[in-house]
Write a new protein. Sequence first.
Length: 142
Amino acid sequence: MERTETMQVSKAMTKEDTFKEMKETFGMVPSFFKKIPESAVGLEWQLMKIAEMEPGVIPQKYRELIGLGISAATKCQYCALFHTEMAKLQGATEEEIEEAARYAKSNAGWSTYLHGMQTDYDQFKKEIIQMTGYARTMHSKR
């Protein structure tokens, strides 16, 4: 089943049903979910399940490593902890976690540099297309 097919939001779960399902999933109800208004908690739980737990085209471990990289770049300690632990739950090694964080650092650093230097985007795009085209050609000859 494609991921987009699962994104139909059904009638919101009651707070009691939501908390029951959370306890079955995590063994507890996280305190931050207890603060969400009753009218929204069921929908927030459904959205979290869709984004974080349902299968997708990208395997779960890699989605969590992507989440870790984004969390590091946006400096969200809450998200970084969540995605690190979820990645470990999905079998990510310490080396994979470190590499995801290092890749995010590199990406954020280049973004800072390119923006700071006010690099012409059209020229940059042209060069990237040219570079990847050349690499694609070279790899196809092997």
